[in-house]
Design a protein around this ligand. Structure first.
Ligand code: CA
Ligand code: CA
Length: 244
């Protein structure tokens, strides 16, 4: 209880310095599936709430106003990938033709984000063969891509349709990408994928792993977090031990 109290107090301090969408009361844990008005438990210790928002700024190029948009390829320069992040559903990214996988990514330049969901706007009208069908959603920690969500058989898209997905395994990552292995064209692999918008949604602050979750995370030390980083734990009460 001591750890929990300390951590919740720390989150109150984060809220107090002005991050938007942040409420200041611990709440009953409901898990990441609780969006919108998400409330969830991080590491089994602290409960908190925020209003998830699209964390990608409204882009006007691959690098402006901030961060970096990358992609596997592009149909032509009219359909560059940043147009999936420009806040305008009349513009879109169209992938390179016959390039599998087709992927699109956004990276922040100022640290990690804890992303809990994402949404794809398909806007290519009758060309629904260009809607993504099978993909993974992945997070970049500076060294490797980690699959944090997987979707198959996303079919029957409308000409203009938004589909949102909760991330199965959310975490803190510098970049996220949608890595599409098949479109809705019957031919094998990706012929062309297009999307008017990709929202990358989460809490508007970086969530650090809590001290007390049993994991010695980067930044935690024996001195700062002895429970996670090496101090011996007391043996469980005899009534909690499993019979061998
Ligand atoms: Ca767009
Ligand atoms: Ca295909």
């Amino acid at each position: 209880m001591q750890v929990s109290t300390k951590l919740v107090a720390g989150l109150w301090a984060i809220c107090a310095i002005g991050f938007g969408g942040c409420m200041t009361e611990p709440v009953t844990p409901a898990g990441p599936e609780a969006a919108p008005g998400i409330s969830y438990r991080q590491g089994g210790v602290a409960d908190f709430i925020c209003a998830p928002t699209n964390l990608v700024p409204t882009m006007t190029s691959s690098t402006s106003p901030s961060g970096l948009v990358t992609r596997s390829g592009v149909y032509d320069s009219t359909y560059e990938a940043w147009q999936a992040f420009d806040g305008n559903n009349n513009s879109m990214w169209i992938s390179g033709v016959f390039q599998t996988p087709a992927w699109i990514a956004y990276q922040w330049g100022d640290g990690q984000r804890f992303v809990t969901s994402y949404a794809i706007d398909f806007v290519n009208g009758s060309l629904t063969s260009r809607a993504p069908r099978d993909w993974t959603f992945e997070g970049w920690d500076g060294a490797t891509w980690t699959v944090i969500d997987t979707r198959f058989s996303q079919v029957d898209w409308q000409g203009v349709e938004r589909r949102a997905f909760n991330v199965a395994f959310p975490g803190n990552y510098n970049a996220y990408r949608l890595n599409v292995s098949d479109d809705n064209d019957d031919r094998a692999g990706v012929v062309v994928v297009s999307m008017g918008r990709l929202e990358i949604i989460g809490c508007p602050w970086v969530i650090t792993p809590p001290c007390g979750d049993g994991i010695c995370s980067p930044g935690e030390t024996l001195a700062s977090c002895p429970d996670d980083c090496g101090a011996p734990h007391p043996p469980p009460a005899s009534s909690d031990r499993a019979w061998m």
